[in-house]
Every structure is written in structure tokens, then in C-alpha cells.
Design a binder for this molecule. Structure first.
Ligand code: MG
Length: 383
């Protein structure tokens, strides 16, 4: 029996993780859950999974939830202290970090220090703090199991092969809904169009990030940390059908890839049961129906997300934090109809240009860089 804590249990990855728990209730037990403010959903999850503890990040949501579940045995915590308490709990074996944003960093560090394996779905953890997380995980001897479909595919493609034989990583991307368009065709894009991803059903922020290729840029940074491969050996390949989830090319020229339907359930389940592979009822890839697999080079001059990310990782230090923070704010402004699609790139670039890089930032400095970036964007674009 594996006892798990899910941070971000009401989101897209969180609810799909719970689908797997439901299916494998003899092997997985939910000890704790967390959410930002979705009281209704958390109440339903408490009644179904009967966790020992939950944490609502927002205090008023925690107060409301406490009243609602007073008839249960579940303890309701709140804020960052609450998240950390969930992660340090002796009864937990593995923490699934599916929260969005920098708030994932501190709890993940706490969980690693407490010796828990991590099923990692929070991008910021490695993008901003990879230099802290990876050495710490190694020191503590814990596993960081990627949940993102691409990183899971790379991880799966590395099983049984020595790391030193990796020549390069082939990180696939669908290219998003605007693949093939030129810059002038992106000027009037609305967020409604950007939310129509051709293959994947995901949360709003990550869907916008897919359309700008910022998501792929963040994934390059994550891959560098997860697999210890420098960015010049991580090649992004467009594969519009999202069937090849990524691949690894070895020194002998052999390429090992992982294929599957565009469904997050496999990567989540693989992380939960690693190194086992458990049966899954979902749809299979029908190669005959697929007929052919198409590959394209990404247009880095139109979709600047990737270019900016390579720059951020190249400059290193606190720069990826600024890329991520600026993008987060810019996407929020875009979803709020305050800026145009292409402004997202301008906001990121300007934020990076003005930032004075810190070489190996502490968590404090990462959060300061984020706050400083937010302030700059608020003063310039928010009104
Ligand atoms: Mg991905």
C-alpha cells in the first residue's frame, strides 16, 4: 500500500490522480489533499477519500471547509504552514505536487527533506529551483518521478540504459493551436482561441502556455535538471498529433521513444507505481488509423516562448524564475482581456532585460525575484 499526499487535488492533474486511486484503492491510500480555494470540490473529495488531513491555501476557504466537514475526522489546515505539515507527515510515502506556481517549491523541499518520493507535476519547482532540488533529492536518496507527459516519456525511454550513453533528448511538442501561423496572424488572437488545444485537455494557464510555446520552453529547463542534460542537447521537435510523447537518442544513434494517446493518466499512473506498469483501460493508439506521424521544426522566430526560455536557461541563476513569473502574470492579463497575445512575449522579454541575475538564488531570493517581477508588470501593464 502506497500512502500519498496530493498537493493541488482539485486541479486537472489532481483529479486524474484521484481517478487512479479510485481504480487501485487496494494499492493506494490518500493520506492528505490540498487545494487553493475550491471548497465544494474539496468537501466532496474528503467525503469520498476520507483523508487524515487537508490544507486549503486560502484562509477563508479553510474556515468555510472546517464548518462543512465538522462531522468528519479530517483535520483542515491552511496556508504554507499547512502544506508543509502535509508534506512532513510520517504516514505519507509519496507527495504528488500538482499545484500551479511558486507555492509548490517550499512544500516540495520539505517533502524531500522528510524523505518522501515526489511525483512531480509542478513546473516551477525545477524551473526556478532545480539547482536546489536535484542535489537535495540525491543527498536524501529520494526519487523524483516526472508526471508531465514529455518528461515521463523521456524517463520511460531511459529505463535500462546508462545515463552517460544519452546523446540528446528529443522533446516533442504539438505546436499548439496556432502552429504554422506567422507573427502578423497572431496579433488579434483571443484567449478563447488560444484555449482550443488540438489534442490535450488541460488547465487554462498551461493551454495558453502551449499556444505560445512558453510551456515547451519551461519543459526544456525542467528536462535539463531532471536528466542532467545541457540545453544544447535538448532538441524540440514538433509532432502535431501528440502521439510520440518524447524520445531519447543514444550515442550509437538508436532512438528510444514512448508513444501513447494524449492522456495524462498514463504518466500519472507510471509515476505512482514506478517501476511497475499497471493495466489501464483507456483507449490505445491505433497505428493504422494514425497512418503517419508528422515531424516539423519549431518556428522559434514566431513563437518566441522557446527562444526566451533557451535564453533564460543559458543565463541561468534567477533568470528562469523571471521568465516563469513574467509569463504567469502576462497569461493572467491575457485571460483578463488586458493585453494582446503577442504582448505576452514583450512582457517576458522586458522583465528579463531589466532583471539583475542572481547566480544560485536561495528560495527567499527566488520569491523576491518573482515579487519584483510582478510589481514591475503591475506598474506597467495592469491598469
Ligand atoms: Mg507537457
Amino acid at each position: 500500500m502506497k500512502r500519498i499526499c496530493i498537493l493541488g487535488s482539485t486541479g486537472s492533474i489532481g483529479t486524474q490522480t484521484l481517478d487512479i486511486v479510485r481504480e487501485y484503492s487496494d494499492d493506494l491510500k490518500v493520506i492528505s489533499l490540498s487545494a487553493s480555494g475550491s471548497v465544494d470540490r474539496m468537501e466532496a473529495q474528503i467525503r469520498e477519500f476520507e483523508p487524515k488531513m487537508v490544507c486549503m491555501f486560502k484562509e477563508d476557504a479553510a474556515d468555510e471547509l472546517r464548518k462543512r466537514v465538522a462531522d468528519t475526522d479530517t483535520k483542515v489546515l491552511c496556508g504554507m504552514d499547512g502544506l508543509i505539515e502535509l508534506c512532513e507527515d510520517d504516514e505519507v510515502d509519496m507527495v504528488v505536487t500538482a499545484v500551479v506556481g511558486m507555492i509548490g517549491i517550499r512544500p516540495t523541499i520539505a517533502a524531500i527533506k522528510a524523505g518522501k518520493d515526489i511525483a512531480l507535476a509542478n513546473k516551477e519547482t525545477l524551473v526556478c529551483a532545480g539547482h536546489i532540488i536535484m542535489p537535495l533529492a540525491e543527498k536524501m536518496g529520494i526519487k523524483i518521478l516526472p508526471v508531465d507527459s514529455e518528461h515521463s516519456a523521456i524517463f520511460q525511454s531511459m529505463q535500462g540504459f546508462p545515463k552517460k550513453s544519452v546523446e540528446k533528448i528529443l522533446l516533442t511538442a504539438s505546436g499548439g493551436p496556432f502552429r504554422g501561423r506567422k507573427r502578423e496572424e497572431l496579433v488579434d488572437i483571443t484567449w478563447r482561441e488560444a484555449l482550443k488545444h488540438p489534442n490535450w485537455t488541460m488547465g487554462r494557464k498551461i493551454t495558453i502556455d502551449s499556444s505560445t510555446l512558453v510551456n515547451k520552453g519551461l519543459e526544456v529547463i525542467e528536462a535539463k535538471w531532471l536528466f542532467g542534460v545541457e540545453p544544447d542537447r535538448i532538441q524540440v521537435v514538433l509532432q502535431p498529433q501528440s502521439i510520440i510523447h518524447s524520445a531519447v537518442q543514444y550515442v550509437d544513434g538508436g532512438i528510444i521513444a514512448q508513444l501513447g494517446t494524449p492522456d495524462m493518466k498514463l504518466p500519472i499512473q507510471y509515476a505512482l507505481f514506478y517501476p511497475d506498469r499497471r493495466p489501464m483501460k483507456e483507449e490505445r493508439v491505433d497505428l493504422f488509423k494514425l497512418g503517419q506521424i508528422i515531424f516539423e521544426k519549431p518556428d522559434m522566430d514566431t513563437f518566441l516562448g522557446l527562444k526566451l526560455a533557451y535564453r533564460a536557461i543559458d543565463e541561468g541563476g534567477s533568470m528562469p524564475t523571471v521568465l516563469n513569473a513574467a509569463n504567469e502574470k502576462a497569461v493572467a492579463l491575457f485571460l483578463d482581456d488586458k493585453i494582446h497575445f503577442l504582448d505576452i512575449y514583450d512582457i517576458i522579454e522586458e522583465s528579463m532585460n531589466r532583471h539583475e541575475k542572481i547566480e544560485a538564488p536561495t528560495v527567499e531570493q527566488i520569491l523576491e525575484a518573482e515579487a519584483d517581477c510582478y510589481e514591475f508588470i503591475a506598474s506597467k501593464w495592469s491598469s
